[in-house]
Design a protein around this ligand. Structure first.
Ligand SMILES: [Zn+2]
Length: 299
């Protein structure tokens, strides 16, 4: 579900009523595990006060000793991260899962253009969490889009050797026509996730519940956001039944397995000594990361 910017802008001081409008299609809850920098009991109180009585947050636990905050919610992870950070504490999403203790699978796709994920152009992070046998939550933030609607699809393979052009067509194991996400498996591609909507600043924040996508079935495939709105197969021309006239592929990423709840205990990157907190907002590779390494070594 896309959020308009006026709503997003208010998240830092979000009250219950700010978030109430985002819940109409959210029926399945996700558990989100964050690492949060906190060192005193008042931190726990501050964070708790920002999560308490928020529509879409059904429960939460703040653990000072482990530095973790677990939130059970039907809101996008972006919103929850902002709520925690509005207490003045940094928060990093460590794992996702369903309401059951059993982890059914989680995955992540880092979306970028021809050269992969970067801070430029269209880029984003999309998480897939299998919350029960039937339902997968697709939760993401994509930046750099033109304002308006853009198709979002799982494509059949994870080959990005030629950028987004080599990931194949929409994932379509039943060999049927393109359609809207609400259709049954005979009237949509499994990969058809409909549209996400970017605000005037080009950011799309969304949380989709889908009953055909299964995490275990799409790991190793790709997620692609397109330049145009997906007509959901309702157009009269042949292309509508192929890709919904959703236009060019503007960013893509391979869907990779990620940590479920409490599966990621990493505190430090063994490769170069960056701590979890140093990693935040730092480049994944390259010269800028090396410079950061020398900084952190003085800590
Ligand atoms: Zn399709």
């Amino acid at each position: 579900m896309a959020l308009d910017n006026s709503t997003m802008g208010n998240i830092m001081g979000a009250s219950g009523s700010d978030l109430a409008g985002k819940l109409e299609t959210a029926t399945k809850f996700t558990k989100l595990e964050f690492s949060v920098k906190m060192n005193c009991n008042s931190c726990v109180d501050q964070i708790s006060s920002h999560l308490r009585d928020v529509p879409g947050v059904s429960s939460f636990q703040v653990d000072l000793e482990t530095g973790s905050v677990v939130v059970e919610t039907s809101l996008p992870s972006y919103d929850i991260q902002n709520l925690i950070q509005s207490s003045g504490k940094d928060a990093i999403l460590r794992g996702t899962g369903g309401q059951n203790q059993k982890n059914l699978g989680a995955a992540v796709a880092m979306l970028g253009g021809e050269s992969g994920f970067s801070a430029f152009g269209v880029h984003g992070v999309v998480r897939l969490t299998q919350v029960d046998e039937a339902n997968c939550i697709i939760d993401g933030t994509i930046d750099g889009l033109t304002p308006g609607k853009h198709g979002l699809h799982v494509h059949e393979c994870g080959d990005i050797s030629k950028g987004c052009d080599s990931v194949g067509d929409h994932y379509n194991p039943h060999n049927v026509s393109h359609g809207k996400p609400e259709n049954d498996e005979n009237h949509r591609h499994v990969g058809d996730l409909g549209n996400v909507e970017a605000n005037e600043y080009g950011r799309a924040v969304f949380r989709i519940t889908d009953s055909l996508v299964k995490v275990w079935d799409v790991i190793g495939r790709s997620l692609v956001v397109s330049s145009s709105e997906d007509d959901l197969g309702l157009g009269t021309d042949p292309q509508s039944k192929i890709d919904g006239n959703s236009g060019k592929r503007v960013a893509c990423g391979i869907i990779a397995r990620s940590a479920g709840l409490f599966e990621n205990s990493k505190k430090i990157c063994a490769c170069d000594g960056l701590t979890l907190w140093d990693e935040q907002n730092k480049p994944l590779t390259g010269e800028a990361r090396q410079q950061q390494q020398s900084t952190s070594s003085r800590l």
